[in-house]
Design a protein around this ligand. Structure first.
Ligand SMILES: [Zn+2]
Length: 118
């Protein structure tokens, strides 16, 4: 974002060009952009975004065990990196426990630090 050559910067430049080209429609374009923004917000609110539920909270019989590499592998990418909370849907508490478990499993060499395969 801080880089001047990002996509945001490009968009800003294009907006400025538009304004220069047709100065008489500034109000109209501003209204249109506001309407677009509103529509985007509404679609986000009423869209079919499902709330992710932490599977450890949902099922109390599930336990985080550093010796259970098969279960821990569900929360790592194929490269072996941990999957972030925003994607896996875990709660903070369980994600923390999971991170510790994965690190322990890596230390005793039943999980990969990085790389393909096992
Ligand atoms: Zn949880």
């Amino acid at each position: 974002m801080s880089a001047p050559s990002g996509p945001g910067a490009y968009r800003r430049d294009r907006d400025r060009e538009d304004r220069d080209d047709r100065r008489e429609s500034t109000v109209k374009s501003r209204l249109r952009s506001r309407a677009r923004k509103k529509a985007r917000k509404q679609s986000k609110k009423s869209g079919f975004l499902r709330r992710k539920v932490c599977r450890f909270c949902a099922d109390s019989s599930l336990e985080i065990d550093y010796k259970d590499a098969k279960a821990l592998r569900l929360f790592t990418s194929e490269i072996g990196k941990m999957i972030p909370r925003r994607i896996s849907g875990n709660c903070a508490k369980h994600q923390r426990q999971l991170a510790v478990a994965i690190k322990r499993a890596r230390h005793i060499a039943i999980m990969p630090f990085a790389g393909h395969g096992i």
